[in-house]
Design a protein around this ligand. Structure first.
Ligand code: GNR
Ligand code: NI
Length: 168
């Protein structure tokens, strides 16, 4: 297992569109396990491969209280169920320290491959649905701050750039 470094906004590598996984082999299993370890250590409730500068369509999620429900989604495809939207506060390990309200479809169906490369379908709502949509956005080079006004996004960008400079 290995802990991986998480890229931070406005790093341009976070804008990369990830490629589909061609074969779910041992290297992908290893990647998923390293991502779970990195997510738990952060700590976070989800992580997309994009955030650790790996541009393959792999996400991990665990929204349980006690880190007891790790989920791995390879090549996830999401579709909204119905047209209900829900607004919730989002944060991101790539935008540390900022929490803002974002609206998304409330209920989704996810189709993906599991760690063994087996296709599965999952329907969910609540925090799980928020988190999966947030992670799939990462795979498409999108961040939750993209849903905010340019003014808010630029404020966050400037503050993060400043603290990143201080940390170099
Ligand atoms: O840890 C995280 N918490 C969170 C809270 C509300 C909405 C989305 C998230 S995902 C985030 C981890 C992360 O940045 N994943 O990409
Ligand atoms: Ni994120």
């Amino acid at each position: 297992m290995a802990l991986l470094d998480i890229l931070e906004f406005p790093d341009p590598r976070l804008r990369t569109k990830a490629k589909p996984v061609q074969t779910v082999d041992a290297s992908i299993t290893q990647l998923a396990n390293d991502m779970l370890e990195t997510m738990y250590e952060a700590p976070g409730i989800g992580l997309a491969a994009t955030q650790i500068n790996v541009h393959q369509r792999v996400i991990v999620v665990d929204v349980s209280e006690d880190k007891s429900a790790p989920h791995v989604f390879i090549n996830p495809v999401i579709n909204a169920i119905g047209d209900e939207l829900e607004e919730s506060q989002e944060g991101c390990l790539s935008v540390p320290g900022y929490y803002e309200s974002v609206q998304r479809p409330e209920r989704i169906r996810v189709e993906a491959l599991d760690k063994e490369g087996k296709p599965f379908t999952l329907e969910c709502d609540g925090l799980m649905a928020v988190c999966i949509q947030h992670e799939v956005d990462h795979l498409n080079g999108k961040l939750f701050v993209d849903y905010l006004s340019p003014l808010k996004r630029n404020r966050i960008r400037k503050k993060l750039e400043k603290s990143q400079r201080a940390n170099r």
